[in-house]
Design a protein around this ligand. Structure first.
Ligand code: AMP
Ligand code: GLY
Length: 424
C-alpha cells in the first residue's frame, strides 16, 4: 500500500520509520517532510495546511492511507477534507480535534463527565478574569484557550504576575487569537507523565508511558520548549496509576466524546500529573507527542498500519497492543539559543555512525538538504537521538553516547534527560 504522512518534525520521522517497517507498505510520501524523512520517504513540497492540494495529491498518487502527525491541520479540519474526497485518513475530525484545540472545551468536558483535572474557571472578558484573581490562591495557571504551540501557558506565583499575564494573553494577544478566551486553573504539583493512546471511536488502547523534559536547560531551568528529551516507560507510571487511569480517565474520555456527538478516532495524548490526590489530566493532545513518539513507537511490536487501520475501521477491539520489555531514551540536539533565537544552515555530520546499529535512531526534526544535497540544520530542535537499552539506565547511557556521534555548529543538548530515573 501507499502511505502519505503529513508533518515535518521528529515525530513524523518516528512515524515514518514505523510505517517503513510494515510489510504491507510499498511506498511512503511525506508532506513536507525533512532531510531525514527523505531517506525513507519521498518528500512532497506541500504545506501541512494546504488541505485541498494535499487531498488532490493523495487522489492523484492513489494513496491508500494518510496519517496526520501535527495538531494544526487536525484542528483545522484536514481529516474532514480527506474524508469528503473519499480518502482513508488517520486522525480526529475537526469536531473531535477540539479536544486539543480548545482548553475551555476540554476542561468543560472533564467537568461534565467527572474526569479528574485541576479546578478552573473560564473567561472571555479580561475585567472578569482580573476580578477573579483578587481572591484566587497563588501560584495559579493561566492558559490561552486555543492552539499556541504548547506555549500558551503561564504559571504565575504572585497576584501581580497573574494580572500581567491576563493582560498579555487577553489584551496584548501574546498568543494571538488563542487569547480571546482564557482558562484560569489551580496549580498542581506532582510528576508529569505522557500517555499516548490509539482510539477507534469506542475502544481505546494504551501505549507504553513516557516522560518529557519541557524546559530548555538542565535542572528544569530556562524556558518551556517543545520538549528537550524523553524516556519510556516512566517508572512512576505504576500498575496502580494505570488501573486508576483506565477506570477514571481513558475510556471515560472516549465515551464522553462519543456522547457529545464528537466520535474520536486517532491518537489521544493524555498529559497527566500524578498528584497526591491521584492522577489528573493536565491536557489532551490530538496527536502523538514530540519527542514522546521517538521513544514509544520504536518499542511497539505491532505493525503500526494494522493498528492505525483498525482505528479508522472501528475494529481496534481486535488488536492487543504489544511493547518490547525494554526502555528507550531520546536526547534532543537543538540549536543553541532555542527556543528564543538561533542560527541555522550548519552542516550536520556523522549520521553514518548510526548505520547498522540496532536500537539506535537519529530522528530528524529541523533539517533540510542544501543546494549541494548536504544535510543542514533548519530549526530549533534539529535531531532527536534515540537509543534502546535493557533498562532505562542502559538506554540513557546509549542515547548520550550516540548523541556524540553527530555534530553541527551550535549543537546544544540537556545533559540530564532521564535524571528522574535515579530517584526511583
Ligand atoms: P499544557 O500545555 O497544558 O500541557 O501546559 C504546559 C505545561 O505547563 C505542563 O506540561 C505543565 O508542566 C505546566 N502546567 C499546565 N497546567 C498546570 C497546572 N494546572 N499545574 C501545574 N503545572 C501546570
Ligand atoms: N512533548 C509534548 C508534546 O508533544 O506536546
Amino acid at each position: 500500500m501507499k502511505v502519505l504522512i503529513v508533518g515535518s518534525g521528529g515525530r513524523e520521522h518516528a512515524i515514518a520509520a514505523s510505517v517503513a517497517k510494515s510489510s504491507r507498505v510499498d511506498k511512503i510520501y511525506c508532506a513536507p517532510g525533512n532531510a531525514g524523512i527523505g531517506k525513507i520517504a519521498e518528500c512532497v513540497p506541500l504545506g501541512a495546511m494546504e488541505f485541498q492540494k494535499l487531498a488532490a495529491f493523495a487522489k492523484e498518487k492513489e494513496i491508500d492511507f494518510t496519517i496526520i502527525g501535527m495538531d494544526d491541520p487536525l484542528c483545522g479540519g484536514i481529516v474532514d477534507v480527506f474524508e469528503a474526497a473519499g480518502l482513508k485518513v488517520f486522525g480526529p475530525r475537526k469536531d473531535a480535534a477540539i479536544l486539543e484545540g480548545s482548553k475551555a472545551f476540554s476542561k468543560d468536558l472533564m467537568k461534565k463527565y467527572g474526569i479528574p483535572t485541576a479546578a478552573y474557571e473560564t473567561f472571555d472578558d479580561p475585567a472578569a478574569a482580573l476580578l477573579y484573581l483578587e481572591t484566587a490562591k497563588m501560584p495559579i495557571v493561566l492558559k490561552a484557550d486555543g492552539l499556541a504551540l504548547g506555549k500558551g501557558v503561564l504559571i504565575c506565583n504572585t497576584l501581580e504576575e497573574a494580572k500581567a499575564g491576563v493582560r498579555q494573553i487577553m489584551q496584548d494577544k501574546k498568543f494571538g487569537a488563542a487569547g480571546n478566551h482564557m482558562v484560569v486553573e489551580e496549580f498542581m504539583t506532582g510528576r508529569e507523565v505522557s500517555v499516548l493512546t490509539f482510539v477507534d471511536g469506542k475502544t481505546i488502547r494504551i501505549m507504553s508511558s513516557a516522560q518529557d523534559h519541557k524546559r530548555a536547560k538542565d535542572g528544569d531551568q530556562g524556558l518551556n520548549t517543545g520538549g528537550m528529551g524523553t524516556f519510556s516507560p516512566s517508572p512512576f507510571y505504576t500498575k496502580e496509576v494505570d488501573a486508576f487511569c483506565r477506570e477514571h480517565i481513558y475510556q471515560k474520555t472516549v465515551d464522553a466524546m462519543a456522547a457529545e456527538g464528537r466520535e474520536y478516532k486517532g491518537v489521544i495524548f493524555f498529559g497527566l500529573m500524578l498528584t497526591k490526590e491521584g492522577p489528573k489530566v493536565l491536557e489532551y493532545n490530538a496527536r502523538f507527542g514530540d519527542p514522546e513518539a521517538q521513544v514509544v513507537l520504536p518499542r511497539m511490536k505491532n505493525d503500526i498500519m494494522d493498528v492505525m487501520e483498525a482505528c479508522v475501521d472501528g475494529t481496534l477491539d481486535q488488536i492487543p497492543l504489544e511493547f518490547e520489555d525494554n526502555a528507550a531514551v531520546c536526547v534532543v540536539l537543538a540549536s543553541d539559543g532555542y527556543p528564543v533565537s538561533y542560527q541555522k544552515g550548519f552542516a550536520v555530520t556523522g549520521e553514518e555512525n548510526f548505520e547498522g546499529k540496532e536500537g539506535f535512531y537519529c530522528f530528524h526534526a529541523g533539517t533540510k538538504l542544501d543546494e549541494s544535497g548536504a544535510v543542514v540544520t533548519n530549526g530549533g530542535r534539529v535531531l532527536g537521538v534515540t537509543a534502546k537499552g535493557v533498562d532505562l539506565k542502559e538506554a540513557r547511557a546509549n542515547a548520550y553516547a550516540a548523541a556524540e556521534w553527530v555534530s553541527f555548529e551550535n549543537k546544544y543538548m540537556r545533559h540530564d534527560i532521564g535524571r528522574a530515573i535515579d530517584e526511583v
